[in-house]
Design a binder for this molecule. Structure first.
Ligand code: ADP
Length: 273
């Protein structure tokens, strides 16, 4: 059973990324309020190619809102976000920056893979159809080629033999792995994960984290909102600790986790284990 090998896969060892080099995602002074509530209060971040950034922090600190601004699922009130050198939500026309239309935003999102807390698969489509839908619709590949690629991706996430199953025939962990394969099918330059294991039964968390470790080991650029402190410590190159809509601290995991003397971080770690 390919499933089992994913669960038992040894930890993917990789060299730590130096938090340097080509910047894929550049965030500057991003602010966002809902009514009177300031949810993002001036967030800055650089994500470099091949780097895994873990975003941690207490519930309500703005992590989900932040990651959703990166692909324009939330629109910041101010500040800038560039992905692959292009400002998200804007387009250049006649040398001037103008608000992007829906088609521009759809185009920008193609390079930004997103995996949600809930798997959001199309319930009436098989695993294979879920993965091929967008590439075929967008004519990135003909159906035969898209299916070959999808089968490879499903094998990569440990779902060989499950291609023709519907979401309801799959466990939560398997569904989430289909969602990862679906995002990868667009060949994104960065993958965003918003608490991808928080809706899973505890025994299914490991298989999803294992797939994410493998992706990291292959050099995928990733931003991961997570409560999985062990994952953040072992897999992330850079850890961002948010509180009250601000980046309280950011740095390599050794530093951030060693710095648990800071009372709030300590309390947070105590609370989430
Ligand atoms: P986290 O992911 O760290 O738990 P969120 O980004 O989900 O934090 O939420 C941060 C704050 O923003 C919370 O107080 C939440 O209630 C509020 N919030 C999030 N989305 C909305 C929304 N669409 N409308 C109003 N308030 C929101």
């Amino acid at each position: 059973q390919s499933d089992v090998s994913v669960v038992d896969a040894p930890r993917a060892h990789r060299e730590r990324h130096p938090h340097a080099g080509e910047v894929v995602v550049r965030v500057r002074d991003v602010r966002k309020s809902f009514g009177d509530t300031t949810v993002l209060d001036g967030v800055d971040l650089d994500v470099h190619r091949g780097e895994v950034v873990a975003v941690i922090g207490p519930s309500g600190s703005g992590k989900t809102t932040f990651i959703r601004t990166l692909n324009r699922l939330e629109v910041p009130d101010s500040g800038t976000i560039d992905v692959d050198g292009e400002q998200v939500g804007y387009r250049v026309e006649g040398g001037r920056l103008r608000p992007a239309g829906d088609r521009d935003i759809a185009r920008q999102r193609r390079h930004i893979g997103m995996v949600f807390q809930r798997f959001n698969l199309f319930p009436h489509k098989t695993a294979l159809q879920n993965v091929t839908l967008a590439p075929v619709y967008l004519r990135l590949a003909d159906r035969a080629k898209a299916e070959r690629q999808a089968l490879d991706l499903l094998a990569k996430v440990g779902l060989e033999g499950h291609a023709h199953k519907y979401p309801h025939q799959l466990s939560g962990g398997q569904q989430q792995r289909v969602a990862i394969a679906r995002a990868l099918a667009m060949e994104p330059s960065v993958m965003l994960f918003d608490e991808p294991t928080s809706a899973l039964d505890p025994e299914l968390v490991g298989e999803v984290l294992a797939v994410m470790r493998d992706l990291a080991a292959e050099g995928m650029t990733m931003v991961v909102v997570t409560h999985e402190m062990r994952f953040a410590r072992e897999v992330a190159d850079w850890v961002v600790f948010m509180e009250d809509g601000k980046v309280l601290r950011q740095g390599p995991p050794e530093e951030i986790f060693a710095g648990a003397d800071e009372r709030r971080i300590e309390q947070f770690f105590a609370a989430v284990g």
